[in-house]
Design a protein around this ligand. Structure first.
Ligand code: NAP
Length: 334
């Protein structure tokens, strides 16, 4: 008798090689839309599956979803953040939660630096200036920005991406300070980093780069008080998650030019509508959550997310398991 294949729901036509890998091993039901699957349809689709592969930017696996999917054994996220999953609940139910760390680190760090440079040197504003036919000649005060070389960079949340940003900053001869949950003496040595409290980092940094995970502790980490600590010439870059920054406080700080500018890859809410007040500001550069959108990174994420799902459902430990406690508590699954 043929071995029964696991049934899974896949929420996007993810890049190759995800679907060929999944289809070779599992019964795949696929959302083919070019916009995210509507929530009620998602809940119906997952009702009888044992695994899902989803984007952490579009599908939420909360109590409602887990109650709707009582056979669920593996959640495979396309992405590294797992703030779209109720992790304690998944763990309590023995559901494996997997992500795709590592493979997108350099691409996302490149992007953080692209935002940092673009805001410092007012690139989007300058480009609009040319397109709008306002360029009438050279002027000594035209679009003067902030210098990056030799400036101070503050990294908030020194994980894999924060470390990759620090390596880039070394090439710009930057002084690098960091605030993180845990101190990293090795990296302090090898990359010349300085450990700091968040407040001191905000006071000292010319560029503040947010690379922390979104958790209950980091939600709203950068609010009015924190923005007030920053220098008027400072730039805030957020490539982590939108809700780490209070959007109204950021709008007020940028509008009053209490800080120089902000570069946001992630926003609150997402997607951001064109009517959002932040988009009225010249000193705010906003792009639509494209930190990992390098072709190579996306293919590596696709392969890893598919491999996580296939392994988890086959009773093998997935290469990137976020909640090993769920694996340990269910020895019967393998
Ligand atoms: P990582 O290696 O797991 O690093 C996560 C960092 O978050 C660690 O430095 C950790 O601090 C810090 N952190 C967690 N909880 C914290 C808290 N309560 N207070 C302060 N710091 C805390 O992950 P990564 O690969 O660098 O990715 C970081 C985040 O970037 C992801 O969680 C994701 O949300 C976001 N991301 C965004 C994109 C994008 O497209 N824009 C792409 C990839 C990732 P310690 O190490 O000190 O414990």
């Amino acid at each position: 008798m043929a071995e029964q294949r696991g049934r899974v729901f896949v929420s996007w036509r993810f890049p190759d090689p995800a679907l060929p890998l999944l289809e070779a091993a599992l019964d795949v039901r696929l959302w083919r839309g070019d916009t995210p699957i509507p929530r009620d349809e998602f809940l119906r689709e997952i009702a009888d599956v044992s695994g899902v592969m989803v984007s952490n930017a579009t599908e939420t696996l909360d109590r409602e979803a887990m109650d709707a999917a009582l056979n669920l054994r593996v959640i495979s996220n396309f992405g590294v953040g797992v703030d779209n999953v109720d992790l304690p609940l998944a763990t309590a139910r023995g559901i494996l939660v997997c992500n795709t760390p590592g493979v997108l680190v350099e691409t996302t760090a490149d992007h953080a630096f692209a935002l940092l440079l673009a805001v410092a040197r007012r690139l989007t504003e300058a480009e609009r200036y040319v397109r709008e036919d306002r360029w009438r000649g050279w002027h000594p005060h035209l679009l003067v920005g902030q210098e990056v070389y030799g400036a101070t960079l503050g990294i908030v949340g020194l994980g894999a991406i924060g470390t990759a940003v620090a390596r880039r900053a070394a090439g710009f001869n930057m002084r690098i300070i960091y605030a993180s949950r845990t101190r990293k003496p090795d990296l302090e040595q090898t990359l010349g980093l300085e450990w700091s409290s968040l407040d001191d980092l905000l006071r000292q940094a010319d560029f503040v780069c947010l690379t922390t995970a979104l958790t209950a502790e980091t939600r709203g980490l950068i609010g009015r008080r924190e923005l007030d600590l920053m220098q008027p010439t400072a730039v805030l870059v957020n490539i982590a998650r939108g809700p780490i920054v209070d959007p109204q406080a950021l709008y007020d700080a940028l509008k009053a030019q209490r800080i120089f500018g902000a570069g946001l890859d992630v926003t609150d809410p997402e997607p951001m509508r064109a009517s959002d007040p932040l988009l009225t500001l010249d000193n705010c550069l906003i792009v639509p959550h494209i930190g990992s959108a390098g072709g190579g990174a996306r293919a590596r994420m696709a392969e890893l997310a598919a491999t996580n799902l296939i392994n988890g459902l086959a009773g093998r430990r997935p290469p990137h398991l976020v909640n090993p406690e769920a694996w340990d508590r269910e020895p019967g699954r393998r």
